[in-house]
Unconditional design. Sequence first.
Length: 185
Amino acid sequence: MSDSNKNKQELYLTVKETAEKLRTLADELEKGDVTINEQKCSIAADTEGKFSLKAKGDTFSAKLKFKLASTISETEAVKVEPTSSTETNDESYMDLKRRMSKDFKAIKNSCIQDQVLPESDLVERFYRDSKTMCTYPSKGKDFFETYLKQVDLFYEAFKTSDLKAMGSAVTALGEIRKDCHVRHK
């Protein structure tokens, strides 16, 4: 096999940066498009991949392999402008809600059970996802205003490292969530 069409990206990152890169890669894989050196690569949803981990001496390595469906240069990629409703986003509403549910549980455990501040990446993603969730008008619009105010209070408490205020905000978010789910599920 010729290496003439090989597109390799090798990065030197901290452990935290590596974790962020892996999260981004996971999101891209779920959407079916991965960017390597500014080149967009399409991967079919039913593609099987190979993931290998190695520990040798004091070195740990990870390798991923997937068969590409196609590659699209950034200039060829079609940009879709968001509409007033993001129900047409690449990510499904259910995927968003599943991730938010996991993140909320982790945040709740940190703030209330363990009495520690959650990881900033987790809080940032939950905050962003909360804003996105509230753009789906058919999914609980009557709760959005209250929810968004509470998520803003939560985020502000996080930025000032106010664990007590975060705990209160998380409890209130949990109640809003429960009320919304009773009415809309």
